[in-house]
Write a protein that binds this ligand. Structure first.
Ligand code: ADP
Length: 593
């Protein structure tokens, strides 16, 4: 994991201005202090320097997802230094890295003899939040700075279009940053160099069409996937040597499409691992590249409504700034790249009543805004009930790898309902239906299953522990006697060598003993296959499937490409490939007019 250092000091002019007008803080023990807190993916260490009346410098070392952590922490640092406050709710999104930063900083303030409560009461007069908009008119207005929006911004700007990119949260990257997958592509120079000649367009189309995707969209993806990957390699210098096709026999590529990989994604996927997973690497590169390309990025700016002319053509976007004021952007075209709607529980349940107990692992504030704004101007949506579920998401976290579960993919923990009773054969996929039926679900495990992932969740207070069943139950809000009985019964089953209630496989029969641990979890609404219907040029279509002039969409906000299943590697691809296509198409359309 990369370590990143961010360092900032209070400018002299600000120190002077603080003496007149700003709140007086006092620090009994001026000096430099350090503290560490747990972020989403690793530790965040803050080293802060204090005079007797001010926080004068902050240095942060962190192991967080590069772009997510950097942007949020840089903004927070600037706000704290400028306003001399600890009241920083201004940076939405990236809440876990922001939270860890603030926790460590508060610790430093205490060490310096400062008053955390008083500092929290100091108002933020000038948050890093966006309230000034010097440019509000451009050829293209892009809504959402995840994988699709960032890619479209860069490709369109390279093609000569002026671009405004607005982002609701305080950081770029969206849920694209949660993706661990590479990109499915075909017939790219990158793949040829890697010896993946078997990744042909015909084969990718065959794999992609299995789940009922629309043929024109699958074709558009297939034809542009290789071009997009090569563009990333050539234009942004991305190194895709982290390929995944090692297990493919070039003489018989389809032989690798077994039960484990029904999608055949291993045949096509290319990975760029320089900054962690592929999407992190690409988002980080794009984040820098859009600045050089002249894209105007406004964060903390939430699109609320599309503006149309008298003919129904989309000519702009209304948005809400961080201070609540309204700002209007106008352009020749608008691209919606707002991602999915996992963060909008009401909307999830409206399409899928069976998901009423589901939570989500979507990290960015993706609440279906793009779908709603498009519907308001007559757009058609398709496949809205098709959602990919992630079976095991700890409540309060956004994500836990199957291998991070107690005991790993074939978990050795016990899945319990709110009465502390087992309700299913524990496992990753096997438990989905049972878990969805529970209003609250818990996993309980013994100390030998406390792996590094779970230790991180423990450090963040999500995993609870107790020396006895009663102690753990009290932490989780369960009945102590019932939990003790369930564990006792299970341990007896383990001694007897058979699961007396459900169908746990023999090698997963492991006693729950030693210090006891547990956490609440749920099924996560993970990826939305459905959304706004587009054509092969990423133009949004109306109910009769006619083009709505001026309106485009790309990435998870769209529907029709995946059908009922998201092939591994085609979700990341959906954002980056359709983003690439959208940027080029819109720029060409504008240039042609
Ligand atoms: P994709 O993979 O399709 O690019 P992501 O989830 O990565 O989708 O990114 C979508 C981005 O759109 C997120 O960063 C999210 O915060 C942003 N977003 C969602 N709704 C709005 C909105 N109303 N205005 C501006 N940005 C939005």
């Amino acid at each position: 994991m990369n370590k990143k250092v961010i360092s900032m000091v209070l400018a002299g002019s600000m120190l002077l201005s603080m003496s007149s007008g700003m709140a007086e803080n006092s620090f009994a023990n001026p000096g430099t202090y350090s503290a560490t807190a747990m972020g989403r993916n690793g530790e965040v260490t803050v080293t802060a320097t204090f005079s007797d009346s001010a926080i004068t410098g902050i240095e942060v070392t962190h192991e967080e997802t590069p772009t997510l952590g950097d942007t949020a922490i840089e903004q927070l640092t600037a706000v704290v230094l400028k306003n001399q406050t600890l009241d920083v709710d201004a940076i939405s999104g990236a809440t876990l890295s922001s939270g860890a930063f603030m926790e460590a900083l508060e610790d430093c303030v205490e060490q310096a003899g400062g008053d955390v409560g008083a500092l929290k009461a100091v108002p933020v007069e000038n948050a890093a939040a966006q309230t000034e908009y010097d440019v509000t008119e451009a050829d293209i207005i892009i809504v959402g700075a995840g994988g699709a929006g960032l890619t479209a911004a860069k490709t369109a700007a390279d093609a000569g279009a002026s671009v405004i990119l607005i982002e609701k949260s305080g950081v770029v990257g969206g849920n694209s940053l949660c993706s661990q997958m590479g990109i499915n592509a075909a017939a790219s120079k990158v793949q040829e160099t890697l010896g993946m000649e078997y990744a042909t367009e015909d084969l990718l189309k065959e794999a992609q069409m299995q789940w009922g995707g629309r043929e024109n969209l699958v074709n558009a993806y297939v034809e542009n996937s290789g071009k997009a990957v090569d563009w990333f390699a050539e234009n942004l210098g991305i190194d895709f040597s982290g390929k995944t096709g090692d297990q493919v026999d070039p003489a018989d590529p389809l032989a690798s499409v077994g039960e484990d990989h029904p999608s055949g994604s291993e045949l096509f996927m290319v990975r760029a691992d320089a900054d962690g997973y592929t999407s992190n690497t690409l988002v980080k590169a794009l984040n820098t590249a859009i600045v050089g390309a002249g894209v105007k990025l406004y964060v903390n700016t939430e699109a609320t409504e599309l503006i149309t002319d008298e003919n129904g053509a989309v000519i702009g976007v209304k948005a809400k700034a961080a201070d609540g004021s309204e700002v209007t952007f106008s352009g020749k075209a608008v691209l919606l790249a707002t991602g999915g709607f996992g963060q909008n529980h009401e909307m999830v349940v409206a399409y899928r009543p069976d998901l009423k107990n589901a939570i989500t692992d979507e990290m960015a504030p993706t609440t279906g805004d793009g779908v709603m704004m498009a519907e308001a101007v007559g757009a058609k949506t398709v496949d809205m009930a098709e959602m990919q579920l992630f079976p095991h998401v700890p409540v309060g976290d956004t994500w836990l790898s199957p291998m991070g579960m107690p005991g790993g993919f074939m978990t050795t923990g016990l899945f319990l309902n709110q009465d502390a009773q087992r309700y299913t054969t524990e496992g990753f996929d096997s438990s989905i239906e049972g878990t969805l039926a529970q209003e609250h679900a818990f996993v309980i495990f013994g100390e030998s299953d406390l792996n590094d992932d779970l230790k991180r969740l423990e450090a963040r207070g999500l995993v609870k522990s107790g020396d006895t069943a009663e102690e753990l139950a009290a932490q989780l809000g369960l009945d102590g006697a019932a939990l003790a009985e369930t564990i006792e019964k299970w341990n007896a089953d383990c001694d007897a060598g058979a699961d007396s209630q459900f169908e746990r496989l023999p090698f997963t029969l492991k006693k729950v003993e030693g210090k006891l641990y547990g956490y609440a979890f749920g099924v996560g609404a993970h990826y939305m296959m459905g959304g706004v219907l587009i054509n092969e040029k990423t133009q949004v279509l109306d109910q009769e499937e006619n083009v709505i002039p001026g309106l485009y969409a790309a990435g998870e906000v769209t529907g029709g490409f995946h059908g009922s299943k998201r092939v591994d590697g085609s979700g990341t691809g959906d954002a980056f490939v359709f983003g690439y296509l959208a940027g080029n198409e819109i720029a060409a359309e504008i240039a042609g007019n």
